[in-house]
Design a protein around this ligand. Sequence first.
Ligand SMILES: N[C@@H](CCC[C@H](N)C(=O)O)C(=O)O
Length: 292
Amino acid sequence: MRIRFTKMQGAGNDFVVLDETRGLLGLSTAQYRFLADRHFGVGADQILSVRPAPRAGLDFEYVIHNADGGEVEHCGNGARCFVRYVRDKGLTDKTAVRVKVQQGEIELRMNPDGRVTVNMGAPVFDWDRVPFNPIGLVSDQVNGWPVFDLVLGGQGMAPAIARVAVVSMGNPHAVQRVENVDTAPVLTQGPLIENHPAFPRRVNAGFMQIVSRSQIRLRVFERGAGETLACGTGACAAVVAGIRQGWLDSCVDVQTHGGVLTIEWAGQADNPVMMTGPATPVFDGEIDIPEL
Ligand SMILES: N[C@@H](CCC[C@H](N)C(=O)O)C(=O)O
């Protein structure tokens, strides 16, 4: 099967975007994995499939698959690329669109400066909904906010403890504070946190360096994709965790290896998290996808 695609990136988190507004392509898990493969396919952290709105009042639905082929609930950088894509391709001329993702509905707005603002919805702290099982973990409180010690041990590494705050932005995140993201153990601890048994659907592992009350540096080892140059939901989760622990103000610039995302959160559980950042097309192409 030969399909058309658009390659996009948002702060260096890269995507293959597929137009399924006129019919589903019916790709298998292995075919998503093939598209994401940087040697045999196009190469991407995630695949975004744009579909028609499932009900009146919505403009579209978009479905997200990680590079490992698994479908996921949410993707912040992908949301910004999605809205740029539907406008560039003439699928809508609206500057504000409402879209269904797996875990709900989100609103997106194109700004005059070309950046995109996404209302990511309210963070979720209900452990069952993350999902997260804290039973048996040592916990503490920072500014009245619970943090948990994950005991990590892998082949060839001394046992380590990662003290994480847990939050869902529709998808699960475990965020720890580090002195310096450049030397943080992202590649050694990341896979161990991702697969820690306290997270039954695995988790995205964030490493946050506080620069000031309005600026952090962040690296994220993403579930199903490994370390990416930026993670939008990870940036939201880190800022929420930093505000809750008393370290950050309500508007924070998040410096990632791929660019800056601006995150705003008023601090109450039901306040939505707003994310603003870039969304850039890279190229259009066609590819033959094997039967997999
Ligand atoms: N890169 C994304 C997050 C994509 C999904 C994530 N890997 C997960 O499995 O939850 C973002 O920008 O938020």
